[in-house]
Design a binder for this molecule. Sequence first.
Ligand code: HEM
Length: 417
Amino acid sequence: MHSTSTIPHPAHVPAARVVDFDIYQPLQPNLDFHASWKALQDSTLPDVVWTPHNGGHWMVLRGRLVSQVLSDYSRFSNRTVLVPKETAGEAYRLLPLSLDPPAHAPFRNLLSKGLSPQAVSKVESAIRTLTIGLIEGFRLKGQCNFTHDFAEQLPIRIFMQIVALPLADMPRLKYLADQFTRPDGSMEFKDVRKNFQAYIAPVIHERRGTDGTDMLSRMINGKVNDRPLTDEEAANLCIQVLVGGLDTVVNFLGFVMLFLARDPVARRTLAAQPTQIGVAINELARRFPLVTVGREVIRDMDYEGVPLKQGEMIVAPTILHGLDETENPAALAVDFKRETVQHSTFGNGSHTCPGAHLARTETRILIEEWLARIPEFAVASGFEITYTGGIVGSVNTLPLTWEVNSTRDLTPIGVTA
Ligand code: HEM
C-alpha cells in the first residue's frame, strides 16, 4: 500500500483547519467509500481544511468550492494535479491536463476528436457486441466476478481498439495506470512515468508520419500552433489518454453494479423503462463520483477565510460535489426523478473529461444489456465488499450471483464471448 508522507502543519495554517485525512486511505470504520467521504463533509469541519498527509495540502469540502477550484485557473493552476506534489504531482505532469488556458486548448483539441460523440458512435456497436458476449459468457453459470469478468474487460478492450494497441499489452498498461491512481507501493511515481515512456516511445516512432486513423496516430501527427508535436509532448499526451482510459470506467462500473445488485427497486425501474437508462446515468454519476484531484495555488491569497500560499496544493475531491446536501438534497439516495443533478464527477471547466461520452455510453449499454438478460442479481452471499481510495476510488472485487432460470437468452446469432 502507498505510504503517505505527513508534515507538521505550517505556521500560517490555523489549527482549527487541520484534519487527519488521507485521500489514499479515506475509509472510515464500517462505512463504504462514499459514506466515508461524506462523513468528512458532514462533520462540523469548516469548508476548507488542511491535512498533513501526502506532503500536506488544503482540501475543499463543499460542492460549490470543488467546481470553483477545478475551473478557476486564475487562482488554481493545473501545473500540478496530484498529491504528494513532489512525487505523484511531478510525475503526472502530462498533457493536456498540466496546462492552463490558453496553452491548454491546442493540445486538448488533438484528443477531443477521438473521443467525440461521433467517434464514440462508430464504436457503439462494438461496445454492444462485446457487452453481450461477455454477459453470455457467464450468464448460465449463475455467477461472475464482475470486476474481473466484465469491468476489467469491456472498457479496456474498447479503449485498446480506439488507440489501436494490442490486447496483450493490456495487463502491463493497466498495472501502470493503477500505480498512478491507486498506488500499491510496488513502484515509485517517477518509475511509473518512466515505464509508460518506455512503452510509448516506440509506438510514437512507428506511427509518426503515417496516416493511421486510430486515436494515437491522429494525436501524434497533429499540430499545435501550426507546428508538429515534439516526441516528449506526444508521449505526454498519449500517456494521459492511457491513464484516463484504462482505469476510470472500470471502477465506475463497479460502483454502479454494486448499487444495482443491492437495490431491487432501482434495477426494476430501469429494466421496465430502458429508454430512461441514458438519463439515469447522470444521477448514477452524481451518486458515485470517484476521482480526487487538486490544483496548485498560483499566488498568496485569502480564500474562504484561509491564507493560501503560492505553490501549495489544494485538493478538490469530485466525490464531495455530488454528495453535497446543499446542492443535492438527500444526496445518498439515488433518485432518477431528481429535478436538478449537480456534480463534478467528470470535472469542471476547461479540463472537463473528454472521455465522459464514452464512459456514459459504455455504462448505458451495460445496464441495458445486463438487465434485459439478468434482471435479478445480488452480491454473493457472505462476501464482504471492500474499497480502495486514491486518485480514482474502487470497489476491490464484486462477485455477483443470480438464479439461472430467471435469466433470458437474447443472444443475437454470431455473438460470442
Ligand atoms: C467514469 C469514467 C470517468 C471519470 C469519472 C473521469 C473523470 C475525469 C475528471 C474528473 C477529469 C478532470 C480532471 C481535472 O480537472 O484535473 C478528467 C479528465 C480527463 N479524462 Fe476522464 N474520466 C472518465 C473516463 C475517461 C475516459 C474513458 C477517458 C479516455 C478514453 C478519459 C480521459 C481523460 C483525459 C484525457 C482528461 C484530461 C482532459 C484535459 O486535461 O483537458 N476519461 N476525467
